[in-house]
Write a protein that binds this ligand. Structure first.
Ligand SMILES: [Zn+2]
Length: 159
């Protein structure tokens, strides 16, 4: 989605001419229950001319594919299904948090005003981040990263 009706909100190159009220109304078009189901909100800046032709330094698709397949294989080996298919009790079983991480997550959920569904989705994403890093346990960094992808919840809860 665009960040605002004119598309330039948050851009370095162009000035946004929307009022804060217009931006809010535009973003409110996505309902809370729909936003709840979107696990990763990632801001993407507009590209400069010619940028798409430049060689990027990131991993190429086949390297990323291999990493995703390994993470998925870890999930199947551990629990017989992918993380997104886990029920709430299964998730608690395969995603054991320290007391500190539990407190961090609950505090963030309350602050962002997230639903129980969103709570479980954040936890599943954290579980997947740990799997991507080939770690057995979910740690503070995974929880923090999973929460960092809920930027739109944060904006709507601040209004
Ligand atoms: Zn704008």
């Amino acid at each position: 989605m665009n960040p605002c009706p004119c598309g330039y909100h948050g851009s370095d190159a162009n000035r946004c001419r929307c009022t804060p009220d217009q931006v809010r109304r535009y973003r409110d078009k996505i309902s809370g229950p729909l936003l709840d189901r979107i696990d990763m909100h990632v801001p993407v800046r507009s590209l400069r001319q010619g940028e798409l032709q430049n060689k990027t330094q990131g991993d190429n698709s086949s390297v990323i594919r291999a990493r995703v397949e390994q993470a998925r294989a870890r999930q199947i080996a551990r629990q017989g299904k992918a993380n997104h298919q886990l029920s709430a009790p299964e998730l608690e079983h395969h995603c054991v948090l320290t007391e500190g991480d539990k407190a961090l997550l609950e505090q963030a959920i309350n602050k962002l005003g997230l639903s129980t569904r969103a709570y479980h989705r954040v936890l599943k994403l954290a579980r997947t981040l740990a799997d991507m890093a080939a770690r057995d346990n979910v740690n503070t960094v995974d929880i923090s990263e999973a929460l960092s992808y809920r930027t739109l919840d944060r904006q709507s809860s601040n209004q």
